[in-house]
Design a protein around this ligand. Structure first.
Ligand code: PEP
Length: 254
């Protein structure tokens, strides 16, 4: 019932030329994969090029890595939701751990951005996840619950269903260390339980929860076979068009 969603977070990689050449190879390799929704999330500067190239390609959408909570005005260096919509962006990543750690984004900021995204009909991919220190201290559930309640506060049931949650344990991002399928499933089940607590069970059952953290072609199937894992947010491995196509294909499991 929940269509899997596999997203490529390119971070600060890929010029326009590199993005074009990635798409040539990726689209050829992935073929007509329509069991899975695919999202390409380039840096801002390559969004227009990627959107143009994907214009007629169904099932591959464009995302952004961040946006401002403000509509317009004197916010030098910022990009608004309307500017993204104009470039046919459908998804926006909010609260990635790199934004939280390196740029001081709090749950409150993520929450403001989530409301601004929905107002502009952009679907947020809200990232949450614990550090290794928090996991070792037995605080995984407390951390996840605080992030969920803070980042999603005030969203309606309809908006929650249009929101994607990305569970990204910080210790697994870019480290080559992946959560085991069981560890990830346990966190995802807890996230769904918390989503039900802030809304209701039927709403929570419709929300897609991605796993992120060193996803690669070899570990995709075992992760995606877990009942509460509805897709992946892929960083490093999404820069290789053939590898990313393999991840997409390996995700097509029920
Ligand atoms: C990410 O940055 O969202 C991510 C999951 O990175 P990686 O796949 O490289 O761990």
């Amino acid at each position: 019932m929940r269509k899997k969603i596999i997203a490529a977070n390119w971070k600060m990689n890929m010029t326009c030329n590199e993005a074009e050449s990635f798409l040539d190879t990726f689209l050829r390799e992935v073929g007509q994969e329509d069991h899975v929704e695919i999202v390409i999330i380039p840096p801002f500067t390559a969004i227009a090029k990627v959107s143009e190239r994907l214009g007629k390609v169904q099932n591959v959408k464009v995302g952004a890595q961040n946006m401002s909570a403000q509509k317009s005005g004197a916010f030098t260096g910022e990009i608004s939701a309307a500017m993204l919509r104009e470039l046919f962006v459908r998804y926006v990543v909010l609260g990635h751990s790199e934004r939280r750690t390196l740029f001081g984004e709090t749950d409150e900021v993520v929450n403001k951005k989530a409301h601004a995204a929905h107002e502009a009909s952009l679907k947020p991919i809200v990232c949450i996840g614990e550090t290794l220190e928090q996991r070792d201290a037995g605080k995984v559930e407390t951390v996840l619950e605080t992030q969920i309640r803070g980042s999603l506060a005030g969203l309606s049931a309809k908006e929650l269903v249009e929101t994607v949650i990305a569970y990204e344990p910080v210790w697994a991002i870019g480290t080559g260390r992946t959560a085991s399928p069981e560890q990830a499933q346990q966190a995802h089940a807890f996230i769904r339980k918390t989503l039900a607590a802030i809304s209701d069970q039927s709403t929570a059952d419709k929300i897609r929860i991605q796993y992120g953290g060193s996803v690669k072609p070899e570990n995709t199937t075992s992760l995606m076979s877990q009942p509460d894992i509805d897709g992946a947010l892929v960083g490093g491995a999404s820069l290789d068009p053939r590898g990313f196509a393999e991840i997409v294909k390996n995700s097509s499991v029920d």
